[in-house]
Design a protein around this ligand. Structure first.
Ligand code: CA
Length: 230
């Protein structure tokens, strides 16, 4: 299964470093931002599975950023855990009202942090936690590394499988070729953007037998999208 991506928004480098180490050890892939501007820039390049958001940030506060993310259709359903040094009940309520899914008070142990992350991810997407992604009769099982449609196994290579897995976990969004390279291919692999087209073609071919090739849509001048709507 591909590592779950977490965006960590925290202005204190020492805390960021400590959290990044703990999270990477737990198998997550971490990207970092020091403030709201950096966070929004990163989010526009593609969404993580979850955001850890410090309340007290220079400039735009974490709470303000959480509100903004909830208003924007693109980030509306993004799970957010707020990090804060404040522990008063009032603050807790304000944090949750801003749209955060959970709230964790500093100082916290890595174990507590990871338990909260798992709980929020489980709530956000119970099937993904079991490794199952579904779209109609198309089912992708991340554990057995198998995709089926109408119960029949679809034959595809490992890159097509990862591509389908990425698309099914990020439906209805357009990704450019370079974003797909970043998210689906291993980091540091130097692949031309044209390679994406080759694998998209193979993936469509694999889906074609069961009549699902239309799920992978070409968006002219932009890239590709997985969509159950034609
Ligand atoms: Ca801070």
């Amino acid at each position: 299964m591909t590592a779950k991506k977490i965006l960590l928004v925290e202005d204190e480098a020492a805390i960021r470093e400590m959290m990044r180490m703990a999270l990477e050890r737990a198998g997550y892939e971490i990207s970092e931002a020091e403030d709201a501007i950096q966070a929004e820039r990163q989010l526009s390049d593609g969404l993580p599975e979850l955001v850890l958001l410090d309340w007290m940030l220079p400039g735009t506060s974490g709470i303000e950023l959480a509100r903004r993310l909830r208003k924007d259709e693109y980030t509306r359903e993004l799970p957010i855990i707020m990090l804060t040094a404040r522990s008063e009940e009032d603050d807790r309520i304000r944090g949750l009202e801003s749209g955060a899914d959970d709230y964790i008070t500093k100082p916290f142990s890595p174990r507590e942090l990871i338990a909260r992350i798992k709980a929020v991810l489980r709530r956000a997407s119970p099937e993904a936690e079991e490794g199952l992604l579904k779209s109609g009769d198309l089912v992708l099982d991340s554990h057995s590394h198998r995709a089926t449609a109408n119960g029949r196994v679809l034959e595809m290579g490992p890159t097509e499988f990862r591509l389908l897995q990425f698309f099914m976990s990020h439906p209805e969004r357009v990704y450019t070729r370079s974003q797909l390279l970043d998210r689906v291919w291993s980091r540091g692999s130097f692949v031309e953007e044209r390679t994406v087209d080759v694998h998209i073609r193979r993936l469509r071919k694999a889906l074609e037998g069961e009549g699902h090739d239309a799920l992978i849509q070409t968006v002219r001048g932009a890239g590709y999208r997985f969509s159950a709507q034609s």
